[in-house]
Ligand binder design. Structure first.
Ligand SMILES: C[S@@+](CC[C@H](N)C(=O)[O-])C[C@H]1O[C@@H](n2cnc3c(N)ncnc32)[C@H](O)[C@@H]1O
Length: 457
């Protein structure tokens, strides 16, 4: 028998009560209290909770105040973020980071890329005077990787010269394929201004001078900074702004956004972010953060685990595409870039996506049922309770179709647990992506939680 409960979402002061390390699609920021209350009800002994699709780290951070948390996600950036929100961070360490930051105001990297930074400043200044072509050209065609791949024959002489001089200087200082210039080379011009990208690299280089927990905290605050300043619609990293239209005309409508985002001060934003990590309320428990597939993590659940909270992807969009920039900034591994055919020629994808990206079975129609089966069966075998977040499809609102229907999930859950309850938390509307096909389901706006207790296996 499936119980259907309804709860009005409890709104609370997000700033004080919760922390959002990055802007994240499907973040559970707004239902943290509900999730936490249910976990407390299921396990009043405050045992360990596994947050097995931890994403932005918001849920782990909230739950970690009261009980030990193991965070799991397939993306390295999520491991970094969760470690930073869960582990201690002392005042002398914060002061040391701030002091060290002063050494990174002008670096070799910035001296090398001076030609393109100067060009960018000139183009931005022209845009204030309503001459917008040069800044739009830089956003659309100014990134270094496609230029190095000889894909930029038709750009203006000014931009070409600035890029050539920059490349020569980078090569002269052994920074042309170094991890120390990765954000600048991969994402400068496209997602960030060159100045901002080089400052993000400076921060990552500074992080590298620390180890373990402290290194993760500095990288995490840098990722939070990147998420705040990125020059895209919706603060994701899947679609760079289209600044020049198909007829070669600059797009007036986005210039205000270009100017606004590219003027955000990286170091000031970093200081704000790192302060947030410092002032964050944390629980003094043995927290663990893992970069792992959910299935392997479930094979190794520790004996003190009482509850698994699972918030898997629910649309066909892959997180690895939306947040590839954060993954590359975390790994600094000089990844190959996905190539696409354009007018018969292979060119780098506009978004500069990594070729090695995780394709989640939860986002693939033909694989998702089996993935859910694995989830239900492995948790129930361990005799642990499961709380599954899912978001039903609302046909009227044309939200993005869900890979599984809620009724399919409930049927499956009942094969592994004797008690399955459906809780609908009202008032959540997820960021909309493009609607393509229809997948009719329980029509509601509500975020749902499927609560599985009394394992039957
Ligand atoms: C809906 S999001 C989780 C959001 C998170 N609860 C929050 O509040 O930020 C889903 C997450 O599942 C992760 N993921 C997808 N497939 C996975 C897999 N096979 N194993 C582990 N994590 C996976 C994605 O990287 C993504 O971060």
């Amino acid at each position: 028998m499936v119980d259907i409960k309804n709860t009005q979402m409890t709104f609370f002061d997000e700033e004080k009560a919760a922390f959002r390390p990055i802007h994240y699609l499907g973040s559970k920021l707004r239902i943290l209290e509900t999730i936490s209350n249910i976990i407390d009800e299921i396990d009043p002994t405050f045992g360990r909770v596994y947050d097995i699709f931890s994403g932005s780290g918001t849920v782990s951070s909230y739950l970690g105040r009261k009980r030990p948390v193991t965070s799991v996600d397939i993306q390295e950036y999520s491991r970094v973020l969760t470690n930073a929100v869960l582990q201690p961070f002392y005042e002398n360490e914060l002061l040391e980071i701030k002091k060290k930051l002063l050494q990174y105001t002008v670096t070799n990297l910035q001296e090398c890329i001076e030609p393109i930074i100067k060009y960018e400043e000139w183009a931005l200044a022209k845009a204030y005077g309503k001459e917008i072509f040069d800044i739009c050209e830089l956003v659309e065609y100014g990134s270094l990787l496609p230029f190095l791949n000889n894909e930029r024959e038709n750009i203006s002489d000014g931009l070409k010269k600035a890029l050539e001089d920059t490349v020569n200087r980078l090569a002269g200082m052994n920074l042309i394929d170094s991890e120390n210039s990765i954000t600048t080379r991969y994402f400068g011009g496209t997602y960030f201004s060159f100045k901002q990208a080089s400052e993000l690299d400076n921060l990552l280089n500074m992080a590298n001078s620390f180890e373990g927990r402290l290194k993760d905290i500095v990288v995490a605050a840098t990722l939070s900074t990147a998420s705040e300043i990125v020059n895209t619609v919706g603060k994701q990293f899947a679609q760079p702004l289209k600044a020049i239209d198909s007829k070669g005309k600059p797009k007036k409508s986005i210039v205000t956004k270009i100017i606004k985002d590219r003027n955000i001060d990286v170091y000031q934003t970093f200081e704000d972010q790192i302060n947030k990590y410092f002032y964050l309320e944390k629980g003094n428990f043995n927290h663990i953060s893992l970069c792992s597939n959910f299935s392997e993590a479930l094979d190794n659940l520790t004996d003190d685990t009482r509850v698994v909270y699972a918030d898997p992807p629910y649309t066909r969009y892959h997180y690895s595409r939306y947040y590839h920039v954060l993954e590359t900034m975390s790994l600094r591994d000089n990844p190959e870039i996905t190539m696409v055919k354009f007018h018969g020629k292979l060119k780098m994808s506009r978004g500069l996506y990594r070729t090695e990206r995780h394709y989640s079975p939860f986002s693939i129609k033909s694989l998702s049922r089996e993935a859910f089966q694995t989830l239900f069966s492995k948790v129930s075998q361990k005799k642990v309770s499961l709380i599954l977040s899912y978001s039903p499809y609302n046909a009227e609102k044309e939200s993005t179709p869900r890979v599984q229907t809620v009724s399919e999930l409930l049927e499956l859950a009942k094969q592994y647990f004797n008690k399955v309850e459906l809780l609908s938390v009202e008032g959540i509307v997820h960021s909309k992506l493009n609607a393509v096909d229809k997948n009719f389901d329980i029509p509601t706006d509500a975020e749902i939680l499927i609560i599985c207790t009394e394992a039957s296996q």
